[in-house]
Design a protein around this ligand. Structure first.
Ligand SMILES: [Mn+2]
Length: 463
């Protein structure tokens, strides 16, 4: 397991800040464990919990940690390797050596955790069943009540810190994004008619493995870009198809990248693909330009939606006033998801802590409407946020049929016209940004965004 540590003072400062924010109480951090795929010892790749990494740095399975604010104690609980382990793993640095790198002085065996946990120990919402079980056992509560007893002050304090990326985190995010850019470049250069979607995934993993780095999430590689989380890679690429590739790599520190590109299998888009691509690109540029502190991301989402509607109106697929169409939700015929999300140690940063706490505020409640309910980030941007911007057009035949049968959006959608494109597919463009004092900074190396740039790249490959 690769170990990456910032300077030890960074972890100490993060924990000190957390203690200042929380004032008192005991806080439990659940590190992840190995998890069996089809039997106990055949594991999924290990990924440490991101909040654990953020405050304690140690990238090993089976750890817990506790901060006791009142007694000013910070403890990592974990078991040192025995000879039975070393036979299989070889010698590894001791837990105490690793804890030192995060400036944690006290390491106890896991068996001692019992003595420290009490019913009033705060915990975060668990996302793995073994954590639910552990909390249930340690705190002597029913497993069904564990999620509901997560500590809101603890969640809020962690979100407040992890939302604002420090310069050393931004450096890591740049590394992740640069690798992600390079991966996309290779994918875009390797596509040709006759190959399969999984050949592109293979290119992406080849690059990731050559860097000895993991993906930040399971990539999407598809000629059916309208299927939002499509993990089927079995289709053959044909002349006339578009490929949508959405993938990201992690830096050695665990920070994520996440980009999407849509490009033709040929060296040019078809004329309708070109028109749709240009509309998405216009929306993408409008959204990117709007990124600055103080602006609500929900408003940028709505702006991007309005630009999509304007373009679709020019094509005759939509009609009426674009602002009214967006207010009525008619854009969700084409853009069913959110414009983007926070990114950091998780590709959807802190999503396990709750979208309401991460992307919204006490006075700004996440919408339950179709479309907006999938907008993970709505609140006003702040310097230090790292976000994605990823508008798209997705034409979903089932959604056309349903909305038409419901008689919805009749004054904004030309259903007969739209029906001609029911097998169009989908387009998305996605980049990663740091919100700065004055606007934004692109993370990673620029890769093709405009249609001309995409086509030029494809032409240079196909010759
Ligand atoms: Mn994304």
């Amino acid at each position: 397991m690769q170990q990456f540590f910032f300077d030890s003072s960074i972890y100490r400062n993060r924990r000190n800040q957390l203690k200042i924010n929380l004032k008192s109480g005991k806080y439990l951090f659940l590190g992840n464990k190995e998890s069996g795929i089809n039997f106990r010892d055949n594991w999924y790749p290990f990924r440490q919990d991101s909040t654990f990494l953020y405050y304690f740095g140690v990238n090993l399975p089976g750890l817990y940690a506790m901060i006791d604010v009142d007694n000013d104690e910070e403890i990592i609980f974990g078991d040192e390797l025995t000879i039975d382990d070393i036979v299989w793993t070889g010698p590894l640095p001791s837990l105490q050596e690793l804890a030192d790198k995060a400036s944690v002085n006290t390491v106890h065996p896991v068996s001692k955790l019992n003595h420290y946990i009490s019913k009033d120990t705060h915990h975060l919402p668990p996302y793995r069943p073994e954590h639910t079980l552990a909390i249930s056992q340690y705190k002597e509560i029913d497993t069904g009540t564990v999620a509901g007893t997560a500590s809101i002050p603890f969640i809020k304090a962690v979100v407040a810190q992890r939302s604002i990326k420090s310069p050393e985190e931004v450096e890591q995010l740049h590394i992740a994004a640069s690798h992600t850019s390079e991966m996309h470049h290779r994918v875009m250069k390797s596509a040709e008619a006759g190959r399969f979607e999984n050949d592109l995934v293979a290119q992406a993993f080849k690059y990731a493995w050559s860097c000895h780095l993991p993906m930040s999430f399971t990539p999407i590689s598809t000629i059916n870009g309208h299927i939002l989380h499509n993990h089927n890679y079995s289709n053959q690429l044909k002349s006339g198809d578009m490929v949508l590739f959405d993938g990201g790599m992690e830096a050695p520190s665990g920070y994520a990248g996440d980009m999407t590109r849509t490009f033709p299998v040929d060296d040019k888009f078809s004329s309708i693909q070109a028109e749709m691509y240009d509309i998405v690109h216009r929306s993408f540029k409008a959204a990117e330009t709007a990124v600055k502190p103080g602006v609500k991301f929900k408003d940028i989402h709505l702006l991007a939606s309005k630009v999509l509607v304007e373009g679709l109106s020019e094509l005759g697929i939509m009609k009426g006033d674009p602002a009214e169409a967006v207010a009525d939700g008619a854009h969700t015929m084409f853009f069913q998801c959110g414009l983007g999300h926070m990114m950091g140690l998780d590709v959807h940063d802190m999503e396990n802590l709750g979208e309401q706490y991460v992307g919204y505020t006490d006075s700004f409640i996440k919408s339950k409407e179709f479309g907006l309910k999938s907008l993970r980030l709505g609140r006003a941007l702040e310097p230090g946020f790292v976000i994605t911007v990823e508008p798209g057009i997705y034409i979903i035949p089932e959604l056309i049929d349903l909305r038409r049968s419901e008689g919805k959006y009749m004054s904004f959608i030309n259903y007969d016209e739209l029906n001609k494109y029911r097998d169009f597919g989908g387009i998305r463009i996605e980049n990663d940004y740091l919100v700065t004092e004055s606007g934004y900074e692109l993370l990673g190396d620029p890769i093709p965004t405009t249609r001309a740039w995409v086509e030029e790249t494809r032409k240079s490959v196909l010759g």
